[in-house]
Design a protein around this ligand. Structure first.
Ligand code: 5GP
Ligand code: MN
Length: 359
């Protein structure tokens, strides 16, 4: 139960129109599909699964993710019921065809989730977007988009709170907490929001074991991942002192040596910023071009996934947007490059002085 006492300090973030829009669409629906982004992270998993646990008591609900999520999310309540589109495209298409409501969580435009996004765009049923990325595309009937919100999972909590949902199950609370924790690096960044801790207090009061959630996510890596981290920091990290920047890039061959699995590169991009005076960090890794993106890849067999992080008033989203066809938040962005790792690195070397500040 959401106790009035603990949440009394929470202000209403969503507009009445958004809340009533969700209420109406959810009431009318019987068959709800919940989608989240490619390479799901804790917030994607958390926001989508929290919605699932909310809806499944009275409706048919199905979470579909574009591709596999890392093993360290296997423990999350409901993770075993998720449909991975890439593994069964016809089934995903069938679910979307049968849906009378689609809820998109933690991504701002369908084109970012590949073929699943295309299916969602073609579906005629109503759609709800609940997200915290900049520049949401205008495809949903109800758009709940707040880029100042630290996580989509927090927005799910706020939505349920404003809807007056009384029974927040332990499953829902655990999923919401997971998203809030992971998208703030265990409350290390984007976390100067007093109300966030009111919500955390409520979730813990509901029985969430926050220490266990931490262990499930941050102390559950493979040996290969740990050695990959060591290799990246020791052998691969280049520092550009005059721009306070660090660059790490790894080829597919190098990743293979460390038995690379989905999620193993998670967080490596943040590590160089532990060095004093390093305020920008860039991580690039080579990946294979998937079947559905062959056309986009224009003959290239490899794609380079680029991640950038920064501190303070040093945007990295413009660099990602202009050079790597990407974007994101001011301090956490990414992009993709269809071509070789050398080409992607050269683009960085040619451009970083233009985009990275000297002080
Ligand atoms: P990550 O580095 O963890 O993959 O992504 C960090 C953030 O950058 C994401 O939350 C998202 O906002 C943004 N991002 C990552 N990759 C892409 C991309 O290919 N295109 C766009 N538009 N944004 C991206
Ligand atoms: Mn998120």
């Amino acid at each position: 139960m959401i106790s009035d006492k603990l949440t009394s300090g929470l202000t209403d973030k969503l507009t009445q129109e958004q809340v009533e829009g969700v209420r109406r669409l959810v009431e009318q629906a019987q068959n709800v599909v919940i989608l989240t982004h490619m390479s799901p992270d804790g917030d994607a998993m958390g926001s989508a699964l929290a919605l699932y646990w909310w809806l499944q008591t009275s409706k048919d609900a199905q979470v579909i993710v574009p591709n596999a999520f890392p093993d360290f999310f296997d423990w999350m309540p409901g993770a075993d019921r998720i449909l991975i589109c890439e593994n069964d495209v016809p089934k995903a298409q069938q679910c979307i065809n049968d849906a009378d409501l689609i809820i998109c969580a933690d991504f701002n435009e369908p084109k970012r989730i590949g073929q699943l996004g295309q299916m969602a765009l073609e579906a005629t049923c109503p759609k709800i977007l609940i997200d915290h990325h900049l520049f949401p595309s205008d495809f949903a009937d109800v758009t709940i988009s707040y880029s100042d919100s630290p996580s989509a999972s927090e927005l799910v909590y706020r939505m349920l709170y404003q809807l007056g949902v009384k029974d927040l199950s332990l499953e829902m609370a655990t999923c919401i907490y997971t998203g809030m924790m992971t998208d703030t690096g265990n409350f290390a960044f984007n976390s100067n929001h007093a109300e966030m801790y009111l919500i955390v207090a409520q979730l813990v009061a509901l029985g969430v074991d926050k220490d266990a959630v931490y262990n499930h996510i941050f102390n559950a890596h493979t040996e290969g991942r740990m050695r990959l981290v060591g290799y990246c920091l020791n052998n691969k990290m280049r520092i550009f002192p005059e721009r306070h920047a660090a660059l790490i890039y790894v080829s597919g061959k190098e990743l293979y040596r460390f038995n690379f699995k989905t999620g193993d590169a998670e967080g490596i991009v943040n590590m160089p910023m532990q060095i004093k005076n390093v305020y920008y960090s860039v991580f690039m890794r080579e990946d294979k071009v998937a079947e559905w993106e062959k056309e986009r890849a224009n003959g290239s067999k490899t794609k380079i996934k680029i991640s950038m992080r920064s501190q303070g008033d040093r945007p990295v989203n413009t660099f990602c947007h202009d050079i790597y066809n990407g974007g994101g938040h001011k301090n956490a962005s990414g992009g993709e490059y269809y071509g070789t790792l050398t080409e992607a690195v050269n683009l960085f070397l040619q451009n970083y002085e233009k985009y990275f500040l000297q002080d």
